[in-house]
Design a protein around this ligand. Structure first.
Ligand code: HEM
Ligand code: HEM
Ligand SMILES: [Fe+2]
Length: 450
């Protein structure tokens, strides 16, 4: 690393590691509850485990993005982070708000709006926390010696993500209206501004890992940003089918959301091309795997599996079934889980000064988690298609159909266990790196010349 203050990234990543383990634990509670083994029901009913599973997911990914920004922005803008103490306070506060929210879910303190379950009181704390984060990042950029395209796109993505949290805080008595604006947060995050954050991190990693010229890499980034907004904004319409929103959304949502995979395809082609063009001499091969992996798996999970249910004629039958869970898992993991793991894999040797990349542990973590996740997604796909046919087409009773899905849930439990082994190996490797140290300052350049 170049600057002492970049060490704060480590703590954001450590928080991500802790929270993903908790998230997975609640995933298993849900899977067993579906199978009828719901012994914890009194303390953790399904709505609680679902809210915890999804909110922890969002928090560990946001914490990963914050860590990425705390590492990348000083490097790109060529100066220390502005008032790093604020960064430490902000991360600590994020962890505290997260704990309060998760504890609250267990006491039924929640709002019941999928993904935005945390109560309004806590929303205000989140806003203050994110403002603090943005203040540090934007001031660093402002005071920096240079403002690169990569740093700007990453920062604009983070700023826009914060702004888009606000429509979700408007209070409506009307469910259709509430749901309409909920999608401004959920959809415009994952299919809009988070893609900019992903694109920014991806560009940074490719610049570092492939050695291809910044100009070439950043030109691609513009194309990806263009494609994202062209399709993603009006693509919000794929959540407005049959919801009480005007019927023109059927056609607008159908057409524009069907174009969304282009941005993800752009990202995959971008990464593969840059890798092929590059010199392949960077020693951190595991980071290269995660970087190419995220670009390719996000295209599969978000692009292709999103396309699978995005046109209104199909969504009429698949809405809210396990087809959605199939897509949700691979999209979230491929795009945002794996990009966070990619940047962590790249940053760890740089902040700790220990070059234990390319070890067996790190490589197994990549492959085992990938195979496990592909298995989980196949299990969700099998249950989703079965559910759609039996329940929505043949009209069988909801609970009767749920019983029929049990074999697929066993496959889910087995494959999720494989995924979990991969994640635990990754976390173990993370711990093996130890704590960040000032001795690592200046070591990154050594990597570049190898
Ligand atoms: C990385 C990007 C993406 C992520 C993380 C993601 C994740 C998700 C999640 C979690 C849901 C469930 C949301 C809820 O019910 O509250 C969802 C729904 C949906 N997604 Fe995505 N998605 C992504 C990209 C896409 C793309 C590119 C498309 C289209 C090509 C798409 C199509 C859909 C559709 C149609 C639904 C609604 C499913 C339903 O009616 O139940 N998604 N997505
Ligand atoms: C490895 C252990 C995991 C297990 C056993 C698991 C299991 C589950 C189950 C059973 C559901 C509820 C499905 C339903 O009833 O509709 C669910 C929902 C969800 N999980 Fe997981 N999960 C795991 C890991 C993950 C990971 C790593 C991610 C993201 C990277 C993730 C993202 C989601 C999302 C976005 C939903 C909501 C899906 C929807 O909108 O329909 N899960 N999970
Ligand atoms: Fe969407």
């Amino acid at each position: 690393m170049k600057y002492k203050s970049q060490k704060v990234a480590y703590w954001a990543f450590a928080l991500s590691m802790l929270l993903i383990i908790l998230q997975i634990t609640y995933g298993f509670i849900q899977a067993f509850a579906h199978l009828g083994y719901d012994g914890l029901h009194e303390w953790i009913p399904f709505n609680t485990s679902m809210a915890v599973h999804k909110n922890l997911l969002v928090v560990w990914i946001l914490s990963g993005f914050m860590g990425a920004a705390y590492y990348i922005i000083p490097d790109e803008s060529d100066n220390e982070l502005f008032m790093p103490i604020l960064a430490y306070i902000q991360l600590g506060a994020l962890a505290v708000v997260g704990v309060i929210a998760v504890a609250g879910f267990h006491f039924n303190w929640w709002e019941g709006r999928k993904f935005l379950e945390i109560p309004r009181e806590l929303d205000f704390l989140v806003v203050v926390d994110v403002l603090l984060f943005l203040f540090v990042i934007l001031m660093t950029l402002w005071k920096g010696k240079q403002r690169t395209t990569t740093a700007m796109i990453l920062s604009v993505g983070l700023l826009a993500a914060a702004l888009l949290y606000l429509p979700g805080m408007i209070w409506f008595d009307n469910h259709a209206l509430d749901s309409f604006f909920r999608w401004w947060v959920v959809h415009l995050w994952v299919e809009g501004v988070w893609e900019l954050i992903m694109g920014g991190i991806l560009a940074y990693l490719l610049i570092k890992l492939t050695g291809v010229d910044r100009e070439v890499i950043e030109k691609w980034l513009y194309v990806i940003v263009g494609l994202t907004f062209l399709s993603g904004i009006l693509g919000t319409g794929h959540h407005y089918y049959y919801t009480g929103a005007p019927s023109y959304w059927l056609i607008v949502g159908g057409i524009f959301s069907a174009l969304e995979p282009l941005a993800f395809m752009g990202m995959a082609l971008f990464a593969i091309n840059m890798y092929n063009k590059g010199e392949k001499r960077h020693p951190n091969k595991t980071a290269v795997k995660w970087t190419l992996g995220t670009a390719i798996v996000s295209f599969a999970g978000a692009g292709l599996l999103g396309l699978a249910h995005t046109i209104p004629q199909v969504n009429l039958y698949t809405h809210g079934t396990f087809v959605t869970a199939m897509h949700g898992h691979l999209a979230f993991w491929g795009a945002y889980g794996m990009i966070v793991f990619a940047i962590i894999t790249y940053v760890m040797p740089n902040v700790t000064g220990r070059k234990i990349y390319n070890n067996a542990l790190g490589n197994y973590a990549f492959w085992i988690s990938l195979i496990g996740m592909l298995g989980m997604v196949s299990a969700f796909a099998a249950m989703g298609v079965t559910q759609v046919n039996l329940e929505r087409r043949l009209g069988l009773d909801f609970m009767t159909v749920q019983q029929e899905l049990h074999p697929h849930f066993w496959v889910l439990v087995i494959t999720a266990s494989i995924f979990t082994v991969g994640i635990l190996l990754y976390v173990w490797n993370f711990m093996k790196y130890g704590l960040p140290t000032d001795e690592a300052i200046g070591m990154e350049d050594e990597f570049r010349t190898i």
